[in-house]
Design a protein around this ligand. Structure first.
Ligand SMILES: NC(=O)C[C@H](N)C(=O)O
Length: 596
């Protein structure tokens, strides 16, 4: 999956297009390899194992997940663990969970993915999963959110689409990559799909910032709340009928960055675990009785997903049925309309569909039943919202779970004068080449606009279809530049436009470390509010850095690190802390700062 054949000639698109937000650089050059020209970088991924076929073994009752077996087995699989590297770097000496930590062989992008596997207890066949288990997964991830660059959740395939959908709502303001995966055949069998699925999931979680709950299966990365299990007997078990995959991992990994969902927020990541369980799925069928519908809608039910025919149709000649639905909505039961079809959307083109809207049923667009049910459960648990507020929330696109047709005039790539002029002078007309030009020109343009603090220019770039999380040749994003320059309104605008606070440039800097470097306290505070934090990489040699600032009497520098969350009592290489250094060098302003 990782290595393209050497003989393939680079296309114009491949040569020009650099994926925005691509390839998190992770750590700075820790050691140079081979010729010394390419530095190896590390990323940390947390794997939460919940069970499923991937970790099952046969017993007298059939396949069941076996606890504590996965790490032991993976240690013997060279494709998934490089013991020589672990020994050389004394990985087990430094890690919080030495007996649960593994490391992948070096990837083609020169990344070392160090991963830790934590298991939930008991491991479950996913048919046994409940909303309490979703909450357990969410809390485990929240507990470790700041310590890892990305996350993988191992899960059974049977209800993976439900869990992926539920987690997509439960994770509010998600800024890091979460990839769910599993397998159809246990990883311990000779021929299985578990190894490839786990490897692919780790590579996505460790190398790219795709801030969504994704589902990786059979070489494809999907948006988790768009999938449904469609095949019980194939490795190709999932389908995302209404949204193309976020990425394909074929000879090359190709990420469809335009599709990646971004939280567009200044708020910090948090999990919402208290889902409402008084929800249900009701699939209508020819001849369904009003008594059955009435029974289904009885208290304590608070909301249902009504699975209707075609583009959202139900019989409009069945007064008895419509009466039950109307009575339920009058009792404030929320009814969300989804189609029984695998592909397509609920509309009101037919009179039979309009009738449902008339009795208060909310159109669910092209949501899968799994997404609709979990969205209902999430929305109904928002006790701060009124009934109307909940209905409103259900019709909004919260996590990319439904397709919203954009209103207003969006300037398309082809309409952009600037791109047209360039394309014309280069005699380019095909869509792929236009896109390649766009992706090449947008990073420097967006970074230049960020330097100038020009929000209008960035707005225009965004309207042209440009991604404001794009990186220039050094991996620097507009947010890095705006943070370095201290342009607070621009930082705010970028965050609200989905820019990631976790981007690292090729020198290992994040927008937060740039803001520290240039002492932009308000920017530091805003980035921290949005969830930016110092990682173990940023804190390498922190004691020595702080002592250096104390020795120079640089109070602003110390304050910037303090605001960013650094511990000012760290000691430098000689065992002294910044306060002791200030005392020794007689910097009274630093001493005053520490005494405050
Ligand atoms: N392939 C699988 O993982 C199926 C299994 N029954 C589960 O969902 O846990």
């Amino acid at each position: 999956m990782e290595t393209p054949p050497a003989s393939r000639a680079p296309s114009l698109g491949r040569a020009l297009a650099r994926s925005p937000g691509d390839e998190r650089p992770g750590r700075p050059p820790a050691s140079a390899r081979g010729c010394g020209c390419k530095a190896e970088v590390e990323a940390r991924v947390l794997v939460i194992n919940t069970g499923g076929t991937i970790s099952m073994v046969p017993d007298d009752k059939g396949l069941t997940p076996e606890a504590n077996k996965l790490v032991r087995s993976l240690k013997n699989m060279p494709q998934l663990h490089d013991e020589a590297y672990a020994q050389e770097k004394r990985l087990y000496d430094f890690h919080e969970y030495p007996d649960k930590t593994l490391v992948l062989p070096i990837s083609k992008q020169n990344k070392r993915i160090i991963y830790t596997i934590l298991e939930l207890s008991p491991l479950l066949d996913s048919s046994n999963m409940t909303p309490e288990d979703w909450a357990k997964i969410a809390k485990k991830l929240e507990e470790h959110y700041e310590k890892y660059d990305g996350f993988v959740i191992l899960h059974g395939t049977d209800t993976m689409a439900y869990t992926a959908s539920a987690l997509s709502f439960m994770f509010e303001n998600l800024g890091k990559t979460v990839v769910m995966t599993g397998s159809q055949v246990p990883l311990y069998e000779l021929r299985n799909d578990g190894r490839a699925n786990l490897l692919g999931a780790l590579l996505f979680a460790g190398q790219f910032v795709i801030p969504e709950v994704c589902l990786y299966f059979y070489n494809k990365l999907y948006r988790g709340n768009r999938v449904t299990k469609v095949d019980a007997g194939s490795f190709n078990a999932f389908s995302s009928p209404n949204l193309p995959p976020l990425a394909n991992a074929e000879v090359d990994i190709k990420i469809n960055w335009d599709t990646v969902w971004r939280a567009n927020t200044k708020k910090k990541f948090r999990v919402h675990t208290n889902m409402n369980r008084n929800v249900g799925l009701l699939r209508i069928f020819p001849g369904i009785t009003a008594a059955a519908v009435k029974a289904f809608l009885q208290r304590p039910i608070e909301g249902i997903v009504l699975e209707t025919y075609g583009s959202g149709n139900a019989p409009n000649n069945r007064e008895d049925l419509l009466e039950e639905l109307k009575k339920a909505t009058e009792r404030k039961v929320v009814i969300l309309n989804c189609t029984q079809c695998l592909r397509g959307s609920v509309t009101t083109v037919y009179a039979t569909g309009q009738t449902l809207a008339d009795v208060g049923v909310i159109p669910g667009g092209d949501m899968t039943p799994e997404a609709a049910l979990t969205k209902l459960s999430y929305t109904l648990s928002k006790s701060e919202l009124s009934w109307e507020g909940k209905r409103q929330m259900l019709s909004e696109n919260l996590r990319g779970e439904m397709t919203v047709v954009p209103t207003g005039d969006k300037i398309s790539l082809r309409d952009s004068k600037f791109i047209q002029v360039i394309a014309k002078s280069l005699s380019i007309s095909c869509k792929e080449e236009l896109e390649a030009i766009r992706d090449t020109l947008i990073p420097p343009l967006a970074c230049a606009a960020a330097k100038l603090g020009d929000i209008d220019a960035l707005r225009a770039i965004r309207e042209m279809g440009g991604n404001l999380s794009c990186e220039d040749y050094d991996g620097r994003t507009p947010l890095h530049i705006a943070a370095s320059e201290g342009h607070l309104p621009l930082v705010e605008y970028l965050l609200m436009s989905g820019a990631t606070v976790y981007a690292r440039d090729r020198y290992g800097s994040t927008p937060l470390t740039n803001a520290i470097q240039f002492r932009h306290i308000e920017v530091i505070n805003l980035l921290r509010e949005t969830g930016a934090h110092l990682s173990s990489h940023d804190l390498e040699n922190i004691g020595t850095i702080l002592c250096g600032l104390a020795a120079k009497g640089d109070v602003d520098g110390l304050y910037a690190w303090y605001q960013a969350g650094a511990d000012l009592e760290q000691t430098g290489y000689d065992g002294k802390n910044p306060l002791q250094v200030a005392e020794a060098t007689g910097h009274t302003e630093v001493l005053d700062f520490f005494r405050q």
